[in-house]
Design a binder for this molecule. Structure first.
Ligand SMILES: Cc1cc2nc3c(=O)[nH]c(=O)nc-3n(C[C@H](O)[C@H](O)[C@H](O)COP(=O)(O)O)c2cc1C
Length: 356
C-alpha cells in the first residue's frame, strides 16, 4: 500500500488519503458580497468527487476589509456561512473532508482580481488597508493604516467569529491563513513589522498577535476538530522571516493545539528571489516536521504521483497539497492511485466511462 493512500487521522477526522486541495482564490463572488455561489460548488465539489481527501476552500475574509480583491469570498457574515453550508455538505458526501481557510489580506488588501488586470483597485472601489506598520507592500500601493492595540483586539474577535461561522457551515478542518504577506505573516516578518510596542521588535513580540489569534480561534473551534495554520516558511530574504523562525513559531503553535502546519513560502515582499521548481518548498515542511515535532503539509509544484508518494513515504511531510495541478486535473487523486496501484474509486455515476 503506498503511503500516499494510507488514511491520516487528525483529532476525530480521518482523511482517506494524504492528498489535499490547496486553497485557491477564485475571485468569483460576482456580487462583491463575499457570498460563494455555484462556481464554488462546482470547483470544490468536482475535486471532492475526484478522490482528494481534503478540500480547503479559498482564503475567505474575516471582515470585508480583509479581502484581497472585491470578488473574494468571505466568512464575516451569517449569510456567507449559509451559502458555504451546502458546499461543505456536498464535499463531505463525496468522502472528502471540507475545510476553509480564514484570512485577512492586511496591507495586500484591495487589489484587482487577475481577470481585471491586477494592480490596486480604483479609488472608487478602494478601502483602507490595515497592517502592523504603515509600510506599503510595494511602490504604487496605498499606505496601510497602522493598527492600534485596541483595533487588534477588535480584529482578533473577527477571526473568532469567522471560526464559529466556519463550524456552523459544516467545515471540519479549519485553516488560519498566516502566509503570503497577508496580515498575520506581516506581523511575523521584520520586513513588514516595524512596531516598537509589545507587538513588534523581537521574534517573541512579532509572534504575539498571530499567536493570540490562533489561541483565540482554537478556544472556539471544537476540541474534536483539527486546526491547520498555513505559514510562509521563509521570506526568501536575508533580513526577513526564516525557516529557523518558522520552526520556533511552529513549536509555539503546537503548544496552542494546532494539529498541522501547511508549509508555503514567500509573498511578503515583491522582490524575493524564489527558486521555483518541482517540490521547492518541501524542505520547509520537512524541517518544521522534524524540528518542531508537528505534522506538516507540503505544497508547491507537486504534480506527479511518484513525487507525492516519495514526499510522504520518506517522512518529509504527512500529506501533500496540490493547487494548479488540480485545476488541470480534478481527478488527479484517482489517477495517482491507479499509477501507484492503490485504490481510489471513481464516482459511481462515472462507472460507464471507466468500465466499473
Ligand atoms: C489561482 C490561485 C489562487 C490561490 N489562492 C490562494 C489562497 O486563497 N490561499 C492560499 O494560501 N494560497 C493560495 N494560492 C497558492 C496555492 O494554494 C499554492 O500554495 C501554490 O499555487 C503552489 O502550489 P502549486 O504549485 O500546486 O500550484 C493560490 C494559487 C493559485 C494558482
Amino acid at each position: 500500500m503506498p503511503r500516499l493512500f494510507e488514511p491520516l487521522e487528525l483529532r476525530s477526522v480521518t482523511l482517506r488519503n494524504r492528498i489535499g486541495m490547496s486553497p485557491m482564490c477564485m475571485y468569483s463572488c460576482d456580487a462583491k458580497d463575499g457570498v460563494p455561489n455555484a462556481w464554488h460548488m462546482s470547483h470544490l465539489g468536482s475535486r471532492a468527487s475526484g478522490g482528494t481527501a481534503l478540500i480547503i476552500a479559498e482564503a475567505s475574509a474575516v471582515e470585508p476589509e480583509g479581502r484581497i480583491s472585491p470578488q473574494d469570498a468571505g466568512i464575516w457574515s451569517d449569510g456567507q456561512a449559509s451559502a458555504w453550508a451546502p458546499i461543505a455538505a456536498f464535499i463531505e458526501s463525496q468522502g472528502a473532508v471540507p475545510s476553509i481557510q480564514i484570512a485577512h489580506a492586511g496591507r495586500k488588501a484591495g487589489t484587482k482580481r487577475p481577470a481585471d488586470g491586477r494592480g490596486i483597485v480604483d479609488d472608487a472601489e478602494a478601502w483602507q488597508a490595515v497592517a502592523p506598520s504603515a509600510v506599503p507592500f510595494d511602490a504604487g500601493w496605498r499606505i496601510p493604516h497602522e493598527l492600534t492595540v485596541a483595533e487588534l483586539a477588535t480584529l482578533k474577535q473577527k477571526w473568532v467569529d469567522a471560526a464559529r461561522r466556519s463550524q456552523q457551515a459544516g467545515f471540519r478542518l479549519l485553516e488560519v491563513h498566516n502566509a503570503h504577506g497577508y496580515l498575520l505573516h506581516s506581523f511575523l516578518s521584520p520586513l513588514s513589522n516595524l512596531r516598537t510596542d509589545e507587538y513588534g521588535g523581537s521574534l517573541e513580540k512579532r509572534m504575539r498577535f498571530p499567536l493570540e489569534v490562533v489561541e483565540a480561534v482554537r478556544a472556539v473551534w471544537p476540541a474534536e476538530l483539527p486546526l491547520s495554520v498555513r505559514i510562509s516558511g521563509t521570506d526568501w530574504h536575508p533580513e526577513g522571516w526564516s525557516i529557523d523562525d518558522s520552526v520556533a513559531y511552529a513549536r509555539e503553535l503546537k503548544q496552542l493545539g494546532v494539529d498541522i502546519i501547511d508549509c508555503s513560502s514567500g509573498g511578503n515582499i515583491p522582490q524575493a528571489d524564489i527558486p521555483v521548481g518541482p517540490g521547492y518548498q518541501v524542505h520547509i515542511a520537512e524541517r518544521v516536521r522534524r524540528e518542531a515535532g508537528i505534522p506538516t503539509m507540503a505544497v508547491g509544484m507537486i504534480t506527479e504521483a511518484r513525487q507525492a508518494e516519495q514526499i510522504v513515504s520518506s517522512g518529509q511531510a504527512d500529506m501533500v497539497l496540490l493547487a494548479r495541478e488540480l485545476l488541470r486535473e480534478p481527478h488527479w487523486a484517482i489517477k495517482a492511485a491507479r499509477e501507484l496501484e492503490a485504490s481510489a474509486p471513481w464516482p459511481q455515476q462515472y462507472g460507464w466511462a471507466v468500465g466499473g
